[in-house]
Structures are given as structure tokens and as C-alpha cells.
Design a protein around this ligand. Structure first.
Ligand SMILES: O=C(O)[C@H]1O[C@H](OP(=O)(O)OP(=O)(O)OC[C@H]2O[C@@H](n3ccc(=O)[nH]c3=O)[C@H](O)[C@@H]2O)[C@H](O)[C@@H](O)[C@H]1O
Length: 432
């Protein structure tokens, strides 16, 4: 029988040592076993987390890949079919901003005469995208495919130039609107500067290089007071960020012409209006408000002078665009290298007869047979210029450009379209 003391202090110290060692070992093993189990669990957890994360990233990238709205054999077939020319010597044109106002009209004119073209448009929500979708549907009926994509997507542009040998690029995609630049300056830089450079990069690398015709703006004349505005006048005093980005575009395109031999034609459009137009523009929003019995705001100058614009009808602009494509001359570069000088041109495309904003409202009242409720307020300092007036002699000489539609006639056609499109009376929209 062992005494309590023996239990506490055993007589055989060695045995005690052994037993203690065993006990420690057991504890150690238990402890080790539980630590290694924990370690194993931790490893399993780590592995699971790593697997989960990589699975997630795989799913993300594959979703991105598979959800790309362009690409694939069917898509390429559509692009190629849309670019088929239907006349000898027909042009093959990439039209950016094809679902836009000017883009749609120019595309239809080209398609109707047998050129091959494909459109690109990001269908952004600057104004009602359903109007853009409706324009796209009309183009589709005429056999033109409009890709939903952005000019900032270099991969998409490279792909397009890879599968089609474009002879021309009609670049009309842009962030438009003078006053909206106060609200969203970044969108102007994104589209009119970054997007333009991305597009020009694709053009200069293409083989063959296309000729580029693109939309600049009358707004580049800014604070110029010499009338009518000539291409030789100063354009270094823009009054809005919109104007500044268009002016930047003129300089940027010059660089690409100089370094890479790209043929460039910049068109300074003067307040283009007409059927299927832009809802953000005065003639369009005035029409909407007048018909809805809402007040319209008419701006006037600080000294109570009326503002005036050289409003230019869309059909005249289309003729100027098509003539610019036809006379553009070739780009000279290949393999991204310039082989010789290429044309660099800038033209005013205006109407040469400015009309005041109050007179514009008067014409709309007459065609709509509704009196407008006017608020006349001083022009806010948000980028507007008091007047525009185009000298078109250069375009006349080089392009045979000769506008034929006055504001009375053009607005009559616009009002007819507007009432038909928005269901004010029965009838078919003019462009169909
Ligand atoms: O040629 C261009 O380069 C530009 O033309 C167009 O700009 P703008 O000439 O400013 O046209 P637009 O907005 O129709 O205003 C017309 C007049 O109505 C006045 N205006 C305007 C709105 C209003 O509520 N009240 C008003 O009096 C206003 O003060 C102005 O006097 C394009 O939008 C632009 O993208 C660009 O292409």
C-alpha cells in the first residue's frame, strides 16, 4: 500500500521519471495531435479559401469574357456582311456614333448609294437611348449592322480593323452639347479626347490606313467676333469645355496626320437640326415643351441682344460629309509608319444665314400652331457664345458644298417628323 507521501514523492524516482515522461509524452502527443489537427484544418481552410478566390476570379473573368457584347463567328459574319459594297469603287466605312443624329443620316446616305459600312455606338444615356435604338432599327432595315461598343475599347477597334479593310472612318461619336460640360466635364475628355486618341491609334496601325473624316464644331471659334467665321480665323479662345475638346481634337488629328500620314478632314458643324435630331438641343426641347404647354427659356445677351445661330439642316450636312469622304485623299502610312505627306483639311459646314433664337421660336409656333410660353432670361455664363455665322467658301470650292434648306423649310420637316414619331398625329416617320 502506498502512502500519500509515496504518491507525492514515490520511492523509485526513476520509475516516477519514466511515468512522468510517459505522461508528458502522452500530453505532448495529445497536444501535438490536436495542434497538427488544427494545422491540418487550417491548411484545408486555406486551400478552400484559395480555391474559392481563384474560382471567383475565374468566374469574373469568364463572365467578362463571355458577356462581351461583341466577338464570335456570328458577330464577325454580321460585320463582314454589313461592310459589303454594292457598287464598283464603293467605300468601306467605319461610322462611329452611328446611332447618333448625324451618324444615322450619313450612314443611310452611304448605304443607299452602295457603300459598305459598319457602325459603332455606345448607346449612352446622355439623351433617351430609345431614340438611338429606333435609329439603329432603321439602319438594320437597310442592312447596316451597328455594334454596341465604345471608341475607347482598343481591343474592339483592333478586331474590327483586323477583319475589315476600311477605306474610311467617319468619326461622329462624341460627347455633344455645350452647356452639359459644366455638369459632366469628364465625359467630354473621355469621348472627345481619350476616345479620339484610341480611335486614331487604331487607324494609324491599320493596314491599309483609312482616311479619317470627323466632326469638329463651330464652337471652336469661341469668342471670335469677326464675321462670318472663316477657317483662317482664331480658334484659341474657346468659351466652353466642349469647344476646348473639339479644338484639342483638331490639334490631335493634326499630330496623327504629321507623324503617321493619316488623311484627316475635320468638319466644323454649325448647330445641325432636323428629323431624328438630338432632344437636348433648343429646337427639339422647345418643340416638346410648347406641345406640352410648358414654359421655354429663351436666353439673350447681357446687353439685351438676341442670340443667333447659323442653324444648318441635316440633309445639307450629310452632303458635306459624303463629299468629304469622296474627296479625302489617301492616308500614306503603313505598318504604323508615314510614307509621305497626307491631306489635312478643315471645313466649315454651316448655312451662312444666322437666325435669332426668338425667331426660331416664332417659326416653331407657326408650324406647331401653338403659342409658346416664353421666359426670357440673361444667358448664363455656362459656355454659350452670342452668335455663329459660317463662311463656307472653302467647302464650296473643295467639296461643292451648297446648303439649300432654310430654317423655315427645315423646321417644317422636323415638326412633321416630331409629331409623327411622338404620336401627335398618324403617319410614318420621314426617314423610313
Ligand atoms: O454648332 C455647334 O458646334 C454646336 O451646336 C449646338 O450647340 P448650340 O448652338 O448651343 O445649340 P442649342 O443647344 O440648340 O442652342 C441654340 C441656341 O438656343 C439657345 N438656348 C438653348 C437652350 C435653351 O433652353 N434656351 C436657349 O435660348 C442657346 O443659347 C443657343 O443660342 C450643339 O448642341 C453642339 O453639340 C454643337 O454641335
Amino acid at each position: 500500500m502506498r502512502t500519500a507521501t509515496e504518491d507525492l514523492f514515490p520511492s523509485t524516482p526513476g520509475k516516477v521519471k519514466i511515468e512522468r515522461t510517459h505522461a508528458i509524452n502522452r500530453q505532448f502527443h495529445r497536444c501535438f495531435a490536436s495542434t497538427s489537427t488544427m494545422f491540418l484544418w487550417a491548411l484545408v481552410l486555406l486551400a478552400l479559401t484559395a480555391f474559392y478566390l481563384s474560382f471567383q476570379s475565374f468566374m469574373d473573368s469568364s463572365t467578362r469574357y463571355f458577356s462581351t457584347p461583341w466577338g464570335g463567328l456570328h458577330w464577325e459574319k454580321q460585320v463582314r456582311a454589313s461592310c459589303q459594297t454594292r457598287r464598283p469603287g464603293g467605300l468601306t466605312v467605319l461610322v462611329t456614333g452611328a446611332a447618333g443624329f448625324v451618324g444615322t443620316h450619313v450612314s443611310l446616305a452611304l448605304k443607299k448609294r452602295g457603300d459598305g459600312l459598319v457602325g459603332l455606338d455606345n448607346f449612352n444615356s446622355y439623351y433617351d437611348p430609345s431614340l438611338k435604338k429606333a435609329r439603329k432599327a432603321i439602319l438594320a432595315r437597310h442592312g447596316m449592322f451597328v455594334i454596341e461598343g465604345d471608341i475607347n475599347d482598343a481591343r474592339l477597334l483592333a478586331k474590327l480593323f483586323d477583319i475589315v479593310a476600311f477605306t474610311h472612318v467617319m468619326h461622329l461619336a462624341a460627347q455633344a452639347g455645350v452647356r452639359y460640360a459644366i455638369e459632366n466635364p469628364a465625359s467630354y475628355v473621355q469621348s472627345n479626347v481619350a476616345g479620339l486618341v484610341t480611335l486614331l491609334e487604331a487607324c494609324r496601325s491599320a493596314n491599309p490606313q483609312p482616311s479619317v473624316v470627323w466632326a469638329s464644331s463651330s464652337s471652336v471659334y469661341g469668342l471670335n467676333e469677326k464675321v462670318p467665321f472663316s477657317e483662317l480665323d482664331r480658334t484659341d479662345r474657346p468659351a466652353s469645355l466642349y469647344a476646348a475638346t473639339k479644338k484639342a481634337g483638331e490639334e490631335i488629328t493634326h499630330t496623327y496626320n504629321h507623324i503617321y500620314g493619316l488623311s484627316i478632314t475635320g468638319l466644323r458643324f454649325f448647330t445641325v437640326y432636323g428629323p431624328w435630331g438630338r432632344p437636348d438641343m433648343a429646337y427639339f426641347s422647345f418643340t416638346r415643351n410648347i406641345l406640352q404647354g410648358k414654359r421655354i427659356t429663351v436666353y439673350r445677351g447681357k446687353d439685351h441682344t438676341d442670340l443667333a445661330r447659323d442653324f444648318t439642316y441635316i440633309d445639307d450636312i450629310v452632303k458635306g460629309c459624303v463629299a468629304s469622304l469622296d474627296t479625302s485623299g489617301k492616308s500614306t502610312g503603313s505598318g504604323g509608319k508615314k510614307k509621305g505627306p497626307a491631306p489635312y483639311r478643315i471645313f466649315n459646314l454651316g448655312n451662312t444665314s444666322p437666325v435669332t433664337v426668338p425667331d426660331l421660336v416664332g417659326i416653331l409656333e407657326k408650324h406647331l400652331k401653338v403659342k409658346a410660353k416664353r421666359n426670357v432670361v440673361e444667358m448664363p455664363g455656362n459656355g454659350d457664345v452670342p452668335f455663329t455665322h459660317a463662311n463656307i467658301s472653302l467647302a464650296q470650292k473643295e467639296l461643292g458644298y451648297k446648303p439649300t434648306t432654310d430654317l423655315q423649310t427645315g423646321l417644317k420637316k422636323f415638326v412633321k417628323w416630331y409629331q409623327s414619331y411622338y404620336g401627335y398625329h398618324r403617319g410614318k416617320a420621314a426617314l423610313n
